[in-house]
Write a protein that binds this ligand. Structure first.
Ligand SMILES: Nc1ncnc2c1ncn2[C@@H]1O[C@H](COP(=O)(O)OP(=O)(O)OP(=O)(O)O)[C@@H](O)[C@H]1O
Ligand SMILES: [Mg+2]
Length: 195
């Protein structure tokens, strides 16, 4: 029997910290015996959505494709970690509906801090008007109203955020508690994957 995985969906503004937190989380889940696949916005765009732009319809389509992949992974015992701006409430709601075992993690960082971080230099370009449809500047970001988990990156470092997410998953009963003895708490069959 294949153990059922679940999807951890990180949403937030550009440069909020989604990729950074996802990368901190991945080895922690692997150490507990899970198969993890990071579906990171940029990489997935290249592989799955190179044909799509950044208007609403395209962003919704992109999120829908990522949702499909995450669903297939989760039902085969993998934990897909999605790190995607996913600015529209409707896309995230569809992901939840389709995947079922799904936690929405709101990576929240003030826009001013994201703009200072500007990891890819896109805020600068958007302010200069050389790129359009930049989330947070001239494209909307619909804040999650009822995220399952919220991580505040100006209060907690990436490692703390990752640990907090693990703790919340333990509270939900989706992740066995890591026992003090150091036992991984890996579920039987967690490594089974048919994809
Ligand atoms: N507490 C924190 N949590 C997460 N990232 C932080 C934190 N403090 C500083 N940072 C830095 O903020 C930046 C976040 O960039 P990251 O690429 O993770 O953002 P992102 O949300 O994936 O953006 P994008 O949507 O553009 O891919 C990194 O340079 C990271 O080191
Ligand atoms: Mg990223």
């Amino acid at each position: 029997m294949t153990h059922h995985g679940f999807c951890i969906w990180l949403t937030g503004l550009p440069s909020a910290g989604k990729t950074t937190i996802a990368k901190a989380l991945t080895p922690k889940l692997k150490a507990r015996g899970w198969n993890v696949e990071l579906l990171d916005g940029d990489e997935v765009r290249t592989g799955l959505s190179a044909d799509l732009g950044f208007d609403r319809k395209a962003r919704e389509m992109h999120a829908a494709r990522v949702t499909f992949v995450a669903k297939v992974l989760a039902r085969n015992g993998v934990i897909p970690i999605v790190a995607l701006i996913s600015p529209y409430t409707s896309s995230r709601a569809k992901a939840r509906q389709e995947i079922g075992r799904f936690v929405e993690v709101y990576v929240t960082t003030p826009l001013s801090v994201c703009e200072e971080r500007d990891v890819k230099g896109l805020y600068k370009k958007a302010r200069a008007g050389t790129i359009k449809e930049m989330t947070g500047i001239d494209d909307p970001y619909e804040m999650p109203e009822h995220p399952d988990i919220t991580v505040e990156t100006i209060e907690h470092n990436p490692d703390q955020s990752a640990d907090y997410i693990l703790l919340e998953l333990e509270k939900k009963g989706w992740l066995p508690s890591a026992s003090p003895s150091g036992h991984s708490g890996a579920p039987v069959g967690a490594k089974a994957s048919a994809v």
